[in-house]
Design a protein around this ligand. Structure first.
Ligand SMILES: [Zn+2]
Length: 305
């Protein structure tokens, strides 16, 4: 399989490895933190495992050099390649929220339901193979992973995008690895669109998580989708406005317009202009996000009764 490698050092010994999601650069990445031991935050989807390995090789590393794989959450584009990377690594441990361990041990149902909700973009997300339970450790809020060499990672429970979502903070460099808690970042345009998939997207939890992350006063935000920003407070404020605005747009649709296709077209108009391939991919992702917002609104309405 042809693989590409693109690695950016976003802070000293903290690297962004491009997964070439959907064959495109700049869509989905994983982060490698190198202390005396090496940690990988997220893995990318199964179909891009070799691109991650190519990135590791570019840094003079192999999959067997990773001691910990930390997952921000269980979605296939973040956790799908975990089992593939573990195959090359008898020692590494996977860290994920307790509620997702069952999915990782027995992912069949998860993969099936993910593919159903992903629709036309599903093939890019690949699959997930089982990970033995004894190789998985449950994350707790405030958990600290010491990597040596002045590097450590603190786990921060940041629900909203998904219930068991964790962000990771590297205090020595002020780096915040936000996972999907602050949405997708289009670095060239400094633009955020919130990632709001069904069935777990929750507006209030998203806003509370964003406030918690802002209070850390991070120096730099790292986004798996995709890139980084040194203007953390402005970007978090932008996320907060965007997620409220997107939900508001959905809430004000006429009954007949209240469908993912129509809403995703509205959301798409908000995006900066994109290349043709990227526009097609983001259109598919926005349809998933639109369905998630509508699901959230229906559920909130039911709970409000
Ligand atoms: Zn996700």
């Amino acid at each position: 399989m042809a693989t590409e490698s693109s690695v950016t050092e976003v802070a000293p010994e903290i690297f962004l490895i491009d997964c070439y999601f959907a064959g495109l650069p700049g869509q989905c990445g994983v982060f490698l933190i190198r202390g005396e031991t090496v940690a990988l935050v997220d893995t990318g989807p199964s179909v891009n495992a070799q691109d991650v390995v190519a990135g590791l090789n570019h840094l003079g590393l192999a999959a067997s050099d990773i001691s910990h794989i930390l997952l921000t959450h269980f979605h296939l584009d973040h956790a799908g390649a975990a089992s593939f990377l573990l195959d090359h690594n008898p020692e590494a441990t996977v860290l994920v929220d307790a509620g997702s361990i069952g999915f990782l041990v027995d992912p069949e149902r998860l993969v099936r339901s993910a593919h159903k909700s992903l629709g036309e973009v599903a093939p890019h997300y690949g699959t997930m193979l089982p990970i033995p339970g004894e190789r998985i450790v449950a994350l707790k809020d405030g958990f600290e992973l010491e990597l040596g060499g002045g590097k450590s990672l603190t786990a921060l429970h940041t629900p909203g995008h998904s219930r068991g979502h964790f962000a990771f903070y590297e205090p020595g460099s002020g780096v915040l690895l936000c996972g999907d808690a602050l949405g997708h970042f289009i670095q060239e345009a400094s633009y955020i669109f919130p990632a709001t998939p069904a069935p777990e997207f929750d507006l209030d939890a998203s806003l509370a998580s964003a406030a918690r992350l802002a209070a850390l006063r991070p120096e730099i935000l790292l986004f798996p989708h995709f890139g980084f920003s040194r203007d953390a407070q402005a970007v978090i404020r932008h996320f907060t406005e965007q997620v409220k605005r997107f939900v508001d747009m959905a809430a004000h649709l006429e009954e007949v317009e209240r469908n993912p296709q129509h809403l995703s077209e509205l959301l798409f108009r908000d995006l900066p202009s994109l290349g043709e391939d990227e526009a097609k991919l983001q259109g598919g992702i926005l349809t998933v996000n639109a369905a998630g917002i509508l699901h959230y609104l229906r559920q909130s309405a039911r709970e409000g009764l």
